[in-house]
Design a protein. Structure first.
Length: 355
């Protein structure tokens, strides 16, 4: 019994001693971190010392447009103002002291970094060419620049939303460059349609690259800069648009419309072929200049079984099937050179309307 009494007394005395030491050292006291914004380091250190906190200095030397005119002043602190710390804790203060002559490099105003998540300029569906080369007219470039961010693109004073077009020859020599812009803000999800009608594409028999650039001066902070440029090599682009069958008496006439939607003519005769039910039936060549954008092929009714109601017809342009004349020329897109459709035979399907 006496032994238990002495053990309890010892524990009580130990607890009182520890509590006394903590109270004497002031470790359990907490203080509020003051706001040190825009104070000098000396003033900030003195204010922290007055409330029992230590001060550590860190210097920001990189150019920060938001801190211009705040040289030698505290622009950030950690922990932030209002935080609770025990006495003796450390507060880091960040003093703005850019490298000598750095201010001379800040030429263009920029959008504050707080707006970065709201801005992401890119080209919607890249760009396409509007115009028919077969009639001798030069195509027009149509493009959409889009802000894929979440909010309004806040253009600061003196900054425009700009875009640029560049033409480069096969030898790498720049042929044309033009920059345009608008003061209109661009909200998140909105796009701006641009008609590059003045680009000198009249020499479309030449092969070159066309490049579109959003914000070419890099004056707008964005979430992603890697999607600001799109580039295409200017080439022919044959496209099959429609296919149908006409009743021509003792034979059927299989017809197809197609066009060159690229930016230059085909450089020579190109091959094409017709397939029916998976079997090659006919191939030949065409020259772009002077032809109508329509391709036809006759098939005798007597060659088809009496109960045949439809044909699986495929037209393939620039396919290289026609022997020595079957050279395949480079195109922007080969995927649109083929169209395969199941076509109902008109007189064997009387309810089917003809074209």
């Amino acid at each position: 019994m006496r032994k238990k009494f002495f053990i309890a007394l010892s524990i009580a005395l130990f607890v009182q001693i520890i509590a006394g030491l903590q109270a004497e050292s002031g470790q359990t006291a907490t203080v509020t971190v003051p706001d040190l914004s825009w104070k000098t380091y000396e003033a900030a250190a003195a204010e922290l010392a007055n409330v029992g906190l230590a001060c550590e200095k860190s210097v920001i030397t990189a150019i920060q447009s938001a801190y211009l005119g705040k040289d030698g002043k505290v622009v950030r602190q950690s922990p932030r103002a209002g935080a609770k710390l025990t006495k003796g804790s450390k507060v880091i203060v960040y003093v703005y002291a850019p490298a000598s002559g750095a201010h001379g490099k800040v030429i263009q105003p920029r959008i504050p970094s707080s707006a970065v998540s709201y801005v992401d300029l890119t080209w919607d569906d890249q760009f396409f060419f509007n115009g028919a080369l077969s009639d001798g007219t030069a195509p027009t470039v149509i493009a959409k620049i889009i802000n894929k961010g979440k909010g309004v693109l806040p253009l600061p004073e003196g900054v425009k939303l700009e875009w640029q077009v560049i033409l480069t020859g096969e030898d790498g020599k720049e042929l044309y460059r033009k920059t345009e812009g608008t003061d209109t803000p661009l909200k998140g999800g909105e796009s701006w349609t641009i008609n590059f009608a003045l680009i000198p594409l009249s020499a479309y028999n030449a092969t070159y690259e066309i490049e579109l650039v959003a914000d070419p001066g890099n004056r707008i902070d964005e979430a992603d800069k890697s999607n600001n440029r799109v580039k295409k090599r200017c080439l022919p682009d044959l496209k099959v648009t429609e296919m149908w069958i006409e009743d021509a008496g003792h034979y059927y006439k299989v017809c197809a419309d197609f066009n060159n939607v690229g930016t230059r003519h085909m450089p020579g005769d190109f091959g094409y072929s017709w397939c029916v039910d998976g079997v090659l039936k006919f191939s030949n060549t065409l020259r772009e200049e002077g032809y109508r954008p329509k391709c036809t092929w006759p098939i005798a009714k007597s060659d088809l079984p009496a109960d045949k109601k439809s044909l699986l017809v495929k037209l393939h342009l620039n396919d290289g099937q026609n022997g020595m004349h079957g050279k395949i020329y480079p195109e922007m897109d080969f995927n649109n050179n083929i169209l395969e459709v199941e076509l109902k035979l008109p007189d064997r399907n009387p309810t089917v309307s003809q074209k």
